[in-house]
Write a protein that binds this ligand. Sequence first.
Ligand SMILES: [Zn+2]
Ligand SMILES: [Zn+2]
Length: 182
Amino acid sequence: MTTNQLRQSMKIYYYECVPNSIHPKLLELFSQYTPCELIEAPQRLTAALKAWDGKYDLGSLVSIALEFEDCRILILSNVDSHFHRWCTDQYCDAHWGCSSEYISVDCAPDHSRLANQLHECLHFLGVQDCYVENDPRHPPKGSCTNPSCVMRYGVSSTDICDSVAEQVVQHSNILLKDEGRA
Ligand SMILES: [Zn+2]
Ligand SMILES: [Zn+2]
């Protein structure tokens, strides 16, 4: 058995502001890195997100709506939304979205949706960005050796670099330990 077969699968609930925003290839691509399920957000979460006015803390709203269930949330939105403002309030450069460990938001233009959705989901695995934050030029970090790495700023690809691959393995080992299987 491979490590991935031993692992519990990550449950990701997705919420679409516009129908069919989730890229059909996302599940297949992200499954290369961790066993996962992409599930449409349950009614109670959908209702809470629809009614969200941007003021109440998004993390608390999600936790309460899902009764503190262990899962991740992927919100597919656009640049004209409370969700986009939630991202740019936290990180001023987060024009295509952001991730805060359990909640990721994708606001990328159509041509970059798959790359950005993969980027935001990789953050669920503890993967760090491959660009220098707080630098308006968003230069790549020295640890990133692949110019088309999806964790770089504004890169529309589905490639990763060795550093990202290492972080994915590290994360997987931590989870295995937590599950008492290593
Ligand atoms: Zn990022
Ligand atoms: Zn990289």
